[in-house]
Design a protein around this ligand. Structure first.
Ligand SMILES: [Zn+2]
Length: 568
């Protein structure tokens, strides 16, 4: 853990902007005569941001754990709509001061090169009038979380939250699956109008913020805002096309073999069958409680690297997990880094499924990243771009897979690993769909609801296997984009998962050849945070930052080989 100076107490309580303002005033009025003083200013600024980020994190974590707790909602809203906007404006003043200082360009590139790029980009994009707009968007995002987090369905007389109901989609009993699928789809569809309205309001605000910053469209603005220094929007489109060409065929094969296992005729493979288990085979049941899940995770992580296990234990001792699904919890799962604690919080909605095992290992990978960067004094470098963050987490899924026998007997273990790899393949087309959808949405911002659903359906045609017969339920298919929370709250944050998966597969391939080298590279790469450009970080990991068609093809062949080895 880095040693902060005494510029700002790390346990400062923030209840309003006035609690933080004096520190920003001090930063802004500090005398900076040389590059040494400039370096000091950067550190003090980083520490101030860290204190804010930690409490901002808690305001989000608490709200997501109890979306109906008014006190938490109020505090989250206070941070999102009152404190953050003020902070953004003050941060802009400090950043201008740093970037415009005569010594800034003299700071050595080896240490400050990435910071220079990041801060310059932030300044280029900053518009005071956008601060208000992002606060508005953030409010809408909370509305969407509340809208979806509160959804329940009643099955067999039991009212249950969506993640729990989704487990029934894996049942080997077709009637159970169908009932669950219909109940879930109808419930999701019942909020369509409201979700469409929220999305449209977000869209308008986003388009306006891009215009304010001098961009033609929000897509390009968002690309720059995500600080994607190492690839272009066109690269992302090429990636979508490569997925269509090289991955969709394998995904289709996986779908066909699933349909055959269910013993269904070609024209009888229905939307409620997609996740179903063959008769006589139940869904994998790896654990019952959250604490059981955690206990196995600690053992598995320890086996990969003793320190990894210690990290999870330290989090447990500090009460930094909320794992089980509960009514009123926000959907999804996340690892939220706590900047002054030096550890993260892991949130998820575990319901005892195999997917939860994967999520735990995934978030655990993010957590290791938080630990490995916590010696870095600059928050700007502890914060990593999603392409790298997701490489850390998805690699961990693959590295832990061989140890999932803690959850399963041998037969189920093979099945779990096979399903995981199949899931990776099936994910790419969805990733391309979500990304392509947003490219279209933001390049054609004046579309109607009808056109939007129709375009999404066109993408379904390109990227799904086309094996499922939807007759009578087409409206649910056309609306399926609404279940992807990223599309609402984190626009364009999705292609990263695809890019990162390519990184993770490379890490895994290396691990199979030379575990020690792969692990050493993993630790080295993660420790770099964002202090180096992505291609350099990946190089340190022993892999290539490349998502061209050739690389994709090569990795698909590797996965195909792995799948062949896992036939039972
Ligand atoms: Zn992740």
């Amino acid at each position: 853990m880095y040693q902060p100076t005494n510029f700002i107490p790390t346990d400062l309580t923030i209840n309003s902007w006035t609690d933080l303002k004096p520190y920003f005033d001090a930063l802004i009025s500090s005398e900076v005569n040389d590059s040494e003083a400039l370096g000091q200013l950067i550190l003090h600024y980083s520490e101030t941001l860290s204190v804010f980020h930690e409490q901002n994190a808690w305001s989000y974590i608490n709200m997501s754990r109890e979306t109906t707790n008014q006190e938490y909602l109020d505090r989250h809203e206070l941070f999102a709509t009152k404190i953050s906007p003020e902070l953004e404006k003050a941060a802009n003043v400090v950043e201008k001061m740093i970037v415009n200082h005569p010594s800034f360009s003299e700071l050595p590139d080896a240490r400050f090169g990435q910071l220079k790029k990041k801060l310059r980009r932030e300044l280029e994009l900053f518009r005071e009038e956008n601060v208000e707009l992002s606060a508005e968007i953030s409010k809408l995002s909370t509305q969407y979380d509340q809208l979806t987090g509160g959804l329940t369905v009643t099955l067999d007389g039991e009212e249950m939250p969506m993640p729990k109901a989704s487990v029934k989609l894996q049942s080997s009993d077709r009637t159970t699956r169908k009932e669950a699928w219909l109940a879930i789809s109808e419930k999701r569809y019942s909020i369509k109008e409201e979700a469409d309205r929220i999305y449209n309001d977000m869209l308008k605000l986003r388009v306006q913020s891009a215009k304010n910053a001098g961009y033609d469209n929000y897509r390009d603005f968002s690309h720059d805002q995500h600080q994607r220094f190492d690839y272009t929007p066109q690269d992302a489109i090429d990636f979508q096309n490569a997925i269509e060409e090289h991955i969709v065929p394998l995904a289709k094969k996986i779908g066909e073999s699933h349909r055959d296992k269910l013993g269904l005729a070609k024209d009888d493979y229905r939307p409620w069958d997609g996740a179903g288990e063959p008769e006589g085979q139940e869904a994998l049941k790896p654990f019952k409680t959250g604490s059981e899940l955690l206990e196995h995770a600690v053992n598995i992580f320890s086996e990969i690297h003793p320190q990894f296990g210690e990290n999870l234990k330290a989090m447990k001792a500090a009460d930094l997990f909320d794992l089980e699904s509960r009514k009123g919890k926000a959907p999804g799962g996340y690892n939220y880094g706590l900047e002054t604690t030096g550890m993260p919080f892991i949130f998820m909605n575990a319901a005892g499924t195999h997917r939860d095992v994967v999520t735990m290992c995934h978030e655990g990978g993010h957590a290791m990243h938080t630990f490995l960067t916590n010696d870095e004094p600059m928050i700007h470098y502890r914060d990593t771009p999603s392409e790298m963050a997701e490489t850390a987490s998805m690699s961990m899924e693959l590295l832990t897979a061989e140890l999932w026998n803690k959850f399963y007997d041998q037969k189920d273990h093979i099945r779990a690993r096979r399903e995981h790899l199949e899931g990776i393949i099936s994910f790419f087309p969805w990733c391309a769909t979500v990304d392509a959808f947003q490219h279209w949405v933001y390049l054609n911002p004046n579309h109607t609801f009808e056109e939007r659903d129709a375009y999404f359906d066109e993408l379904n045609g390109r990227f799904t296997s086309g094996l499922i017969k939807w007759d009578g339920y087409d409206h649910f298919r056309r609306n399926a984009w609404q279940r992807q929370l990223h599309i609402f709250g984190m626009p364009f944050y999705y292609v990263e998962y695809g890019i990162a998966q390519l990184g993770a597969l490379q890490v895994y391939r290396l691990y199979k050849q030379d575990p020690e080298a792969a692990l050493k590279g993993y630790i080295k790469g993660l420790s770099l945070g964002s202090s180096k450009p992505l291609p350099e970080v990946w190089e340190a990991m022993g892999i290539k930052f490349d998502f061209s068609a050739e690389t994709l093809k090569e990795l698909v062949e590797f996965v195909q080989q792995e799948l062949n080895d896992l036939q039972d």
